[in-house]
Write a protein that binds this ligand. Structure first.
Ligand code: NAD
Ligand code: ZN
Length: 353
């Protein structure tokens, strides 16, 4: 295995707007960790946001931080107590490791753990580098026929799995998904795989809607009006009825408002998108029609399900990947993800030489 101190090219956010590639030392695994030779790391909107704004809500980049958390690689060394993995195993990395001791962890909702260490959420370093160490039990061995790129996609896909579970998607569900970015699209694919009979998706941009249609959306509606009620009417007529489930994946206030009005009485609105922290919403409308509003935070116990969906062929997530870059080209990769140029959806960085 590689010796410490030798080159470990890493994408480091030094300060807002200042993303650099520098060598860091190669970390050695502690007893319950594995060292991973990184292969594929997808760029997430949050990586871009830390780069451009230096913070997300209360998470502030106060010190240099390595970016990246949608990742996969090949085990290159194992800690002394690790029995579940061996050198050479191809793994997807679930990027958040919780404390395992608190009531949230013990109760099975470890995504809510206050002591979560999550890759590339300050002050925790991410995995966009050549070598990285991670808790072995948060690494998932990939079957031979699942690619490392697909392994990296398990991260956003897990967000879709968690949101669709919280929403209660099941066979025959009629679902509205607001927003056709990467997160809207993984929710679309998951909802269909879970048996939704009809999914209508919205976006501002036609090219994203075209992708959604290719990936199985039954109806795609371009949001070209500020009139929320007009939009609600279009959603209902496309679906032939009111959706019992709405999964909001934009965070845009008008879209959340639309989501409330569009959802059938007694239905569920899941807030996935995170926009302005405080907004005006038609809460009385939601209250008197018993529309449940639920949030989600990342995912919990969803990686195994996401992997099963990919491995069994129920979901083909590969079309989400539109761009490939080498680790040394990270800046170009981040520019592409930021501007969305060339119809960028998921930009993948390849960390091996
Ligand atoms: P994205 O910006 O790529 O996609 C958002 C899409 O919404 C864009 O295509 C945009 O055109 C569209 N949009 C914007 N305003 C709209 C409107 N009024 N109506 C319809 N469509 C509209 O982002 P993404 O990577 O797909 O992530 C989506 C959201 O999910 C972000 O807010 C992100 O922070 C959030 N997110 C939340 C969690 C969580 O744990 N809750 C996890 C991952 C991502
Ligand atoms: Zn905990």
């Amino acid at each position: 295995s590689p010796t410490p101190g030798s080159g470990n090219l890493s994408a480091i956010l030094r300060s807002t707007g200042n993303l650099v590639l520098e060598d860091t030392s190669i970390p050695q695994p502690t007893e319950n960790e594995v060292q991973i030779q990184m292969h594929a790391v997808g760029i997430c909107g949050s990586d871009v946001h830390y780069w451009t704004h230096g913070r997300i809500g209360d998470f502030i980049v106060n010190a240099p931080m390595i970016l990246g958390h949608e990742a996969s690689g090949i085990v290159s060394a194992v800690g002394s107590k690790v029995t579940s993995l061996k050198v050479g195993d191809r793994v997807a990395i679930e990027p958040g490791v919780p404390c395992r001791l608190c009531n949230f962890c013990k109760g099975g909702r470890y995504n809510l753990c206050p002591d979560m260490a999550f890759c590339a959420t300050p002050p925790i370093d991410g995995s966009l580098r050549r070598y990285y160490c991670h808790a072995a039990d948060f690494c998932y061995k990939l079957p031979d026929h699942v690619s490392l790129e697909e392994g990296a996609l398990l991260e956003p896909l897990s967000v879709g799995v968690h949101a669709c579970k919280r929403a209660g998607v099941t066979i025959g569900s009629k679902v509205l998904i607001c927003g056709a970015g990467p997160i809207g699209l993984v929710n679309l694919m998951t909802a269909k795989a879970m048996g939704a009979s009809s999914v209508v998706i919205t976006d501002l941009e036609q090219n994203r809607l075209d992708v959604a249609s290719k990936l199985g959306a039954d109806h795609a509606i371009r949001v070209d009006t500020k009139d929320v009620q007009e939009l609600v009417k279009r959603i209902h007529s496309a679906l032939g009825e009111e959706p019992s489930i709405t999964i909001e994946c934009t965070g845009a206030p008008p879209s959340i408002q639309t989501g409330i009005f569009a959802t059938r009485s007694g239905g569920v609105l899941v807030l996935v998108g995170l926009g302005p922290p405080e907004i005006s919403l038609p809460v009385v409308n939601a209250a008197v029609r018993e529309v449940d509003i639920r949030g989600i935070f990342r995912y919990v116990n969803c990686y195994p399900t996401a992997l099963e969906m990919i491995a069994s062929g129920k979901i083909d997530a590969k079309p989400l990947i539109t761009h490939h870059f080498k680790l040394a080209e990270s800046l170009k990769a981040f520019e592409t993800a930021k501007t969305g140029e060339g119809g960028a959806i998921k930009v993948m960085i390849h960390c091996d030489q």
